[in-house]
Design a protein around this ligand. Structure first.
Ligand code: PTT
Ligand code: SF4
Length: 623
């Protein structure tokens, strides 16, 4: 390929027959889908038979970087992990900051596609052109910390490591893949897919040159962007607290989840906020590789039985394991976060699932017969730790917890599903939406299920017309989805320089063109983003064989209960107005009233092949 940026090869590893194949990266795949999430969805669309069970050997697990990964683009040490999700049954992915990202590029690959299933536990070692499938019997059963430590003893500092813990091994539906001792990715169960293939870890090293179309220009742009970032007024506050600053902000705006998203205000917020973390718990600055604004918060517990336990704290982890379960101060939260990183289980879905069953128990919807005699209550860190352990090993009541809130609700029946905070089967992240219809829409239309990563619309919503359901809100959600979920997930770089410090978005097409030699405008990147979004929607439709508007509805609880505390007490979502907002969303996206892409949209986005495919499952598409 004449362009720079891409390494030019896909590495395909079939674990059922041991075949390892290196393929040329198709130029059209690179130009139309860029990388990361774009590669994830296009490969799954082309290669996965509809209806493939997510935990079967036929599912494919894809590790993909993008053209900007590992270049002087700020914060470009990121990697996307994608597969059909065992939690949702649709498209799933996650994004992790890891040395494995740029070592993958330096090894000469844009993506690794893992197929089939190994008979026994293995790990995969990639060292430039050498690719090995190695015995992992001594690693199976270990947590991610110990696994990575043992592999590091063999392969040293100059490699990237990705591992699953007991959560992935035991097929917990929201198991993640962990790297760098406290970075994780793949909320919709990417760790379970890895476990289903008997893959414990990947070790990646490479030392080839990264090809850049115009190296001088890329370096100049990189130096200028880094200087801009360091000069931003919010820089110091950002590296001091990172995402933890959102604890106080969420409280001020009544969106901090409390008591399974019953309220947006936590009485003990001062015991878990970013100021306190920075002052008493954080002991050093850290971040993802290639980052000029490191936001990691390595923190050490200071009291009693938790003393000296260490973990990196982020807003989501503290909101879901702390305020949502009414647990404070930070010390027990550090312990729960540590356990989940070690087991390789998503903190958001776990915190959400625990809050859910606690509320069901409190309401008498579930009882001791279902919990195996365990008395559930909020505000009890020992209980939360016990439930996390049961989940990781799928033991007793933990076997049900490991399925996530949607399946739990369906199994219990009656009123239970009404209190599950999920969309499309993925649990919502840490922003209460009783009084935030735009953010509710963002969760409900996120392409992997309820995640804030695609559109953190709440930050804009609190500034303008908070309780409105007007068309500009649907437009605002789509604008963010295009940039965050489309551009950043496919060029593959961290979005936070733009989100948090306001780095000019125009930098990115400039980086893209100088790296690749192509000539894309920001608008061209938006078109790629729309293509990726629409293909992901088509994938879900093909999997389900149909589509219903209710799949794009926000969690029921926000419609049927009201906030009782703070200035927004008495507020809940309005179901009719929400439907109108969803219709605006479909209209702007070029999807019909059912949420199915129109033929004209598919043609415009160079996705005409989807038309025949959906017609093949009996769907009539509108013009
Ligand atoms: C991400 C989700 C998040 S989003 C957080 S905290 W966040 C939680 N982190 C977990 C964790 O830690 N351990 C664990 N066992 N489970 C966890 N679940 C939760 O997972 C992450 C940062 C953060 S911190 C955010 S917002 C940004 N996310 C980005 C993104 O998605 N794309 C992108 N291009 N850039 C991003 N930059 C920021 O990266 P998922 P990380 Mg993560 C320990 O993976 O599945 O997307 O879910 O990647 O390296 O940890 O950095 O307030
Ligand atoms: Fe990683 Fe934070 Fe830097 Fe983004 S800003 S690359 S999440 S350390």
């Amino acid at each position: 390929m004449p362009m720079g940026g891409w390494a030019g090869k896909l590495l395909r590893i079939n674990l059922s027959n041991g075949k390892i194949v290196k393929q040329d990266l198709p130029a059209d795949l690179a130009k139309d889908f860029l990388g990361g999430r774009g590669f994830g969805i296009k490969i799954l669309w082309d290669e996965l038979k509809p209806g493939t069970p997510p935990l079967s050997p036929e599912n494919k697990l894809i590790f993909a970087i993008g053209p900007l990964t590992g270049t002087p683009t700020p914060s470009s040490g990121k990697l996307v992990i994608a597969a059909k999700s065992p939690l949702t049954g649709g498209y799933g992915d996650g994004n992790v900051g890891t040395h494995a990202s740029y070592y993958l590029k330096k090894a000469g690959y844009d993506a690794i596609i893992i197929e089939g299933k190994s008979e026994k536990p293995v790990y995969i070692h990639v060292d430039n052109d050498k690719v090995e499938i190695l015995d992992a019997k001594d690693l199976w059963g270990l947590g991610t910390f110990e696994t990575i430590k043992k592999l590091r003893e063999i392969y040293g500092e100059k490699a990237g490591y990705l591992a699953i813990g007991q959560g992935g091994e035991n097929l917990v539906k929201f198991a993640v893949v962990v790297s760098e001792l406290s970075r994780s990715a793949g909320r919709p169960g990417m760790g379970a897919v890895m476990g289903s293939k008997n893959v414990k870890a990947l070790v990646i090293h490479g030392d080839k040159e990264v090809s850049l179309y115009d190296p001088k220009k890329v370096r100049e742009l990189g130096a200028k962007a880094a200087k801009d970032i360091r000069n931003k007024p919010g820089y110091k506050a950002w590296i001091d607290q990172g995402t933890m600053a959102a604890v106080e902000w969420s409280q001020e705006n009544s969106v901090l989840p409390v008591h399974n998203f019953s309220e947006g205000i936590f009485d003990e917020v001062k015991k878990i906020d970013g100021d306190l973390m920075h002052e008493k718990y954080k002991y050093k600055y850290a971040g993802c590789p290639l980052c000029v604004m490191p936001c990691g918060n390595p923190s050490r517990a200071i009291i009693g039985e938790y003393k000296d336990l260490e973990v990196e704290l982020d807003y989501e982890n503290v909101a879901l394991l702390g305020s949502n379960l009414e647990i404070a101060p930070l010390d027990p939260i550090i312990k729960l976060n540590y356990m989940l990183d070690d087991y390789g289980i998503d903190t958001i879905s776990m915190g959400n699932t625990l809050g859910y069953v606690m509320e069901l128990y409190e309401k008498g919807i579930i009882n001791d017969k279902i919990t195996g005699g365990i008395k559930l209550e909020f505000g009890n860190p020992e209980l939360a730790a016990e439930l996390i352990k049961l989940t990781a090993y799928r033991k007793d009541f933990g076997d049900l917890l490991a399925e996530g809130t949607k399946v739990i609700g369906e199994k219990i029946g009656g009123d239970a599903p009404k209190y599950a905070l999920q969309a499309k089967g993925l649990e919502v992240s840490g922003y209460d939406c009783h009084a935030a219809p735009g953010m509710a829409l963002a969760y409900a239309t996120s392409p992997i299920g309820a995640h804030h990563k695609d559109a953190w619309y709440i930050a804009q919503e609190v500034k303008h017309g908070r309780l409105e359901y007007e068309k500009w809100k649907a437009q605002g959600v789509i604008d963010l989805q295009r940039i965050r979920g489309g551009i950043f997930e496919s060029i593959v770089a961290c979005r936070l320089p733009w989100v948090e410090l306001g780095l000019d978005l125009e930098y990115y097409p400039k980086f893209f063109n100088a790296v690749t030699g192509l000539n894309y405008t920001l608008n061209d990147l938006y078109i790629v983003a729309d293509r990726i979004y629409t293909l992901i929607r088509a994938f879900w439709i093909r999997e389900f064989g149909h589509w219903k508007r209710e799949y794009d509805r926000a969690p029921t609880k926000w419609f049927i209960t009201k906030l009782t505390k703070g200035p927004l007490a008495g507020t809940s979502l309005d179901p009719d107005k929400y439907e109108q907002l969803l219709s605006y969303y479909y209209e702007i996206r070029g999807w019909d009233e059912r949420g199915i892409p129109r033929k004209s949209t598919l043609k415009r986005l160079k996705l005409s092949y989807v038309i025949d495919s959906l017609a093949g499952i009996g769907l009539q598409l509108n013009e």
